[in-house]
Design a protein around this ligand. Structure first.
Ligand code: MN
Length: 498
């Protein structure tokens, strides 16, 4: 499900023919060495491909249009080894539709004090040429990332790698298709939004299906397929009967297995990558999808509860952006549920009525079967676990009526002090940065929702860059946030993005 493309990034070196063929030969040779070392670094999630040096208006325009047309190209990396007059880039840049990284580097790391002459300076003048180039990109108002530093520096290589994930998010956003099963929960504001604007801005396709169409797909799943999946569950997870009859318990679990298979077949057949449900509109489904949705999320599907299609799309997006991250810690939909306000131990218990993705789990995962106070169905089976410790980001994409805003909060995930044996749902627990008081105040001021798309495996910078590439406002709540400046950020955003 999460198989993303074998994306590539084009490495385009800028120069001109003023310095003669020998210099141009060096430029090409140096660029090839840099590309080779970047690919060998192990710090880039996707391959960089060397392209012939761009020295003329025609070649620049042609190369960028080839990048546009190449489905495997997820972005273009530009570096001006020498001086490259920026007017020759205007037409190409006007037509470029792929994410753009300006890699401001230099072939030599150190000034060769003993031998440096004018030929050397003319050949190695990125400090000069990259400023000319950056000027035109800024004048044209083109969104791009700038990474500065020597190409052999692991930190610099990591920053390029990190941007590559943002670029893939930009490209893949327009492939996200969300299936809405039923409508949003009645009267709820924050799960609503302009789906047409979302398609214009992010490329998301958001379609609704009557719940009974997918319920029919569930009913069509054979007993043998269902039982085989139940056996898999019983092998993989701890079974917490909590006094229930084992056979009755297993029948409840089987309902979720049938839903998982039926939903997945329906999603695959119709080519959707994210799904929303609503506990108040379940049609012929016997239980609110819990365990089933948790498993689908783990496979890479996006999910939002109560019809929250924005969260479903964001979870899917973040799962794509984190695909293949080494030692990934997970990505899930979460909900701010309840606080611990004890001094020094402040935090927010994150959960939902069922549907937290087990990719964020730490330690054993159990199946429980418990009544659900909402809705009018059988007691749903669900996976129960606690989550990993460490840094993560919680994001909320909100619709302000005339535009979208992405709120990004750095959070510190922790273990709760004691087990919560009576709580029959998966949880996470975090303290928002800079602290609970400021973090929650800023979040509420910004209009952040109670549902979030959360991940351990991306940074605020990556998501903020994605938002900027989409042409929407990103606001950051982090260690540097104070309310007075934060209010000014929001005011500036209101002016700039209206
Ligand atoms: Mn909810």
């Amino acid at each position: 499900m999460l198989a993303t493309k074998n994306y590539k990034f084009w490495f385009c070196t800028g120069s001109q023919d003023l310095y003669g063929d020998e210099c141009l030969a060096h430029v090409a040779e140096h660029a090839k060495i840099i590309v080779g070392k970047l690919n060998e670094s192990g710090l880039l999630p996707y391959e960089v491909v060397w392209k012939p040096t761009l020295i003329t208006n025609e070649l620049i325009r042609k190369t960028f249009n080839e990048a546009n047309m190449d489905g495997d190209c997820a972005g273009v990396i530009v570096w001006c080894h020498t001086f490259s007059p920026a007017k020759s880039w205007i037409l190409g840049l006007k037509e470029l539709r792929k994410p753009l990284l300006h890699f401001h580097t230099q072939f030599n790391e150190e000034i060769p004090y003993d031998t440096i002459d004018m030929d050397f300076m003319n050949e190695n003048q990125a400090a000069h040429g990259d400023r000319e180039w950056g000027h035109i990109v800024t004048r044209m108002g083109i969104e791009r990332k700038i990474v500065v530093g020597h190409w052999s520096d692991a930190n610099v290589q990591s920053r390029i790698g990190s941007w590559m994930r943002t670029a893939v998010g930009v490209i893949e956003s327009s492939h996200i298709r969300v299936m809405r099963v039923a409508d949003n929960m009645r009267n709820v504001a924050v799960t609503e939004g302009d789906k047409v604007e979302a398609q214009l801005k992010f490329g998301w396709e958001v379609d609704t299906y009557p719940v009974n169409e997918i319920a029919e797909a569930v009913a069509a799943v054979s007993e043998s397929d269902t039982n085989a999946l139940v056996d898999e569950y019983y092998e993989k997870y701890d079974i917490l009967l909590e006094g229930r009859d084992p056979e009755e318990f297993k029948r409840h679990v089987a309902v979720q297995a049938q839903i998982e298979i039926g939903f997945e077949r329906f999603l695959e057949e119709k080519n959707y990558h994210a799904i929303v449900t609503h506990f108040g509109d379940l049609g012929a489904l016997k239980q609110l999808p819990g365990l089933a949705i948790q498993r689908l999320e783990e496979k890479g599907y996006g999910f939002g509860a109560e019809g929250d299609w924005k969260v479903a799309a964001m979870v899917r997006l973040m799962k794509i952006m984190t695909a293949g991250v080494k030692d990934a810690k997970g990505t899930s939909m979460l909900e701010d549920y309840t606080y611990n306000l004890v001094k020094g131990k402040e935090g927010i218990l994150q959960a939902h009525m069922l549907e937290i993705c087990p990719s964020i789990a730490d330690g054993p995962i159990s199946i429980k079967c418990q009544p659900l106070s909402m809705g009018d169905r059988e007691d749903p089976a669900r996976l129960v676990f606690t989550s990993k410790e460490g840094k993560g980001i919680a994001t909320s994409l909100i619709d302000l009526g005339n535009r979208f805003r992405l709120i990004i909060n750095d959070v510190d995930c922790k273990k709760v002090e004691k087990p919560m044996p009576k709580l029959p749902v998966a949880t996470n627990f975090w303290t928002p940065q800079p602290d609970l008081y400021t973090g929650a105040e800023a979040w509420i001021l910004a209009g952040g929702a109670h549902h979030t798309a959360f991940t351990y495996d991306l940074t605020a910078e990556q998501m903020g860059d994605w938002a900027n590439a989409m042409g929407i406002e990103a606001v950051y709540i982090d260690k540097d946030t104070n309310i007075r400046d934060f209010k000014k950020d929001l005011m500036l955003g209101n002016l700039f993005y209206r």
